[in-house]
Design a protein around this ligand. Structure first.
Ligand code: C2O
Length: 572
């Protein structure tokens, strides 16, 4: 004890606060791995034979060199969701946007430095639906010696939500694309890969959080589910939200948290002052607004108090188990109230640098639509009608992935034919977006990008449409954080609504839930040259085309330019 203390004191004195971080090496082997859940054994695509994948730990300022080796038959690419990738767009990961996929037997070293960020993020596969099983936490600690802006937790626990399919998720999306219908829904949700006791044949696969009384725990929630926003709650406990998408927020207490795919939320859990004679379920189930079917099941973990030594005889197993009450599956009211509570901490040390002047204002619609059935021989489709297939779009353009990565085409000056640099600033045909749907629900297709000069200050309003039913869409932007300066229901009113924008302490994040039947306004500074994907983080909507890309040009100064591509960048 004394030796340890001496060491701790000495290392504080002797090791100066490093300005630059260290270089950390990781190897992620993508391989097949047998996993059994709900009595179904399947061979799934995993990271290092672990499901979920291992957690990556770094500090703000560190450089990461992550070698990804592909041992599976599928093409693969990995995205470091929420990492800003300043000038290192080659390491961002979305297939056919910033890189060609890593082919079977090949590898690629993702090389990036974490600048000005600390908190919880995650990595996931970014090709087809492989992220269903290929994901894991990224924990970025503050620089050495820099405390959290909240009480130091006794322990930190990542809790990553996922979605389990008894079938092969690749087969699920393949079938949906073929028939034009909605994909089959998942069979369970998971916490750290475990569905918990509320499913058949699953009680032994339960995430258990063992705690001591009178302590504070930092729960790092990550929603890596494919297609579902989730409500989360712990029976008989209130939590304090302190961070969202690796940005500190003004702390607030709540019984229930709403977390969309692509979002992360850090919570402080204060345990009860003395041993309760009960255990507590921690449950999550969807917040769903669409008209399609969805997996409405509930994942549960157990919060257990380690019993003191003298009480060991009354086993934890025999204690009563309390269950939390979650909001209704379609509780949009709760969703709106919850997102209004999220505010940037906006302290001296962590200011909210909201762009106050705006160079470019854009208005995009987001929502579902249709494309004609492409079946030959009179076969019918299973879309909204039997002559149509489901599609989704931004401003009525359903985005087609190119055959070679956009960033490579841009960098080599060979954009010809690969993409069109003319994404519309406003919908080409305005209509009553949230009113009675138009008769024509067809979308157009294309690979259209929005080109921005370096350092353009952008305001973007994203408007949900009711074309095939209003629905909440968690929109994720690569390469940037943005400030959510406003949101509301109905059609955005450019004369009235901006007056109510919050330019003081809006939440800063990388994924925002565009309200069902409403709109969200965001601002960001385009200070990162490269090609940056933006899409709905409900994977089914991404597959249907609810995606686009921004192309941010180099600035004039040497440090405002995209770095050259690494030598091992995969080829298509
Ligand atoms: Cu987490 Cu483009 O995604």
């Amino acid at each position: 004890m004394a030796v340890w203390l001496l060491f701790a004191v000495l290392s504080c004195v002797l090791l100066p606060d490093p300005v630059f971080g260290i270089t950390r090496h990781y190897t992620l082997e993508i391989k097949m791995h047998n996993v059994t859940r709900l009595c179904h054994t399947k061979s799934l695509v995993s990271v290092n034979g672990q499901f979920p994948g291992p957690k990556l730990i770094a500090r703000e300022g560190d450089q990461l060199l992550i070698k990804v080796v592909n041992h599976v038959p599928n093409n693969i690419s990995i995205h470091w969701h929420g990492i800003r990738q300043l000038r290192s767009g080659w390491a961002d990961g979305p297939a056919y946007i910033t890189q060609c996929p890593i082919q079977t037997g090949q590898s690629y070293v993702y090389n990036y430095t974490i600048v000005g960020q600390r908190g919880t993020l995650f990595y996931h596969a970014h090709i087809s639906w492989l992220r269903a099983t290929v994901y894991g936490p990224i924990i970025i600690l503050p620089k050495r010696g820099v405390p959290y802006p909240f009480p130091k937790p006794h322990k930190e626990v990542p809790m990553i939500f996922g979605e389990w399919f008894n079938a092969d998720p690749e087969a699920v999306i393949r079938q949906a694309t073929k028939t034009g219908g909605g994909p089959n829904v998942s069979d369970a949700y998971t916490i750290n890969g475990l569905p918990g006791p509320l499913y058949n044949c699953s009680a032994k696969d339960t995430f258990r959080l063992r705690v001591k009384p009178g302590k504070t725990y930092l729960l790092r929630l990550i929603n890596a589910a494919l297609n579902d926003e989730l409500f989360f709650s712990i029976a008989n406990h209130t939590v304090t939200v302190v961070e969202a998408d690796a940005i500190y927020v003004k702390p607030f207490e709540t019984d229930t948290v709403l977390i969309a795919p692509g979002q992360t939320t850090n919570l402080l859990l204060k345990t009860k002052p003395s041993y309760p004679s009960a255990s507590f379920l921690m449950t999550a189930r969807p917040y769903a607004t669409g008209q399609g079917t969805f997996d409405n099941s509930t994942v549960a973990g157990v919060l257990e108090y380690e019993q003191p030594k003298h009480a060991r005889r009354s086993s934890i197993k025999n204690l009563p188990l309390f269950t939390p009450v979650l909001p209704a599956l379609n509780d949009t009211n709760f969703a709106a109230k919850f997102s209004n509570k999220l505010r940037s901490l906006n302290s001296k040390r962590f200011p909210a640098n909201v762009p106050l002047k705006v160079d470019r204002k854009f208005f995009f619609t987001v929502g579902l639509g249709t494309t004609p059935c492409n079946h030959k021989n009179n076969q019918t489709c299973q879309g909204p009608t039997n002559t149509t297939m489901f599609a989704a779009s931004i401003s009525n353009i359903s985005f087609t992935l190119p055959t070679k990565a956009l960033l490579q085409s841009h960098y080599s000056g060979q954009s010809n034919g690969m993409y069109s640099p003319n994404f519309p600033w406003n919908p080409v045909v305005p209509f009553n977006y949230t009113g009675t749907p138009p008769n024509n629900t067809m979308v157009s297709t294309g690979t259209n990008v929005m080109v921005l000069r370096y350092n353009t200050s952008v305001e973007l309003v994203m408007q949900d449409t009711s074309i095939l039913g209003a629905e909440s869409h968690p929109l994720h932007l690569h390469g940037f954080n943005f400030f959510v300066v406003g949101q509301g229901f109905g059609n955005f009113d450019p004369n009235k609504d901006p007056k109510n924008f919050n330019l003081v302490d809006p939440i800063e994040r990388n994924t925002v839930g565009v309200p069902s039947g409403g709109w969200a306004a965001i601002r960001f500074l385009a200070d990162n040259p490269g090609v940056w994907f933006m899409h709905c983080h409900l994977e089914v909507h991404t597959s249907w085309g609810l995606r686009m890309a921004w192309l941010v040009l180099d600035g004039d100064k040497p440090d405002q330019k995209l770095l050259p591509p690494p030598a091992d960048l995969p080829k298509c």
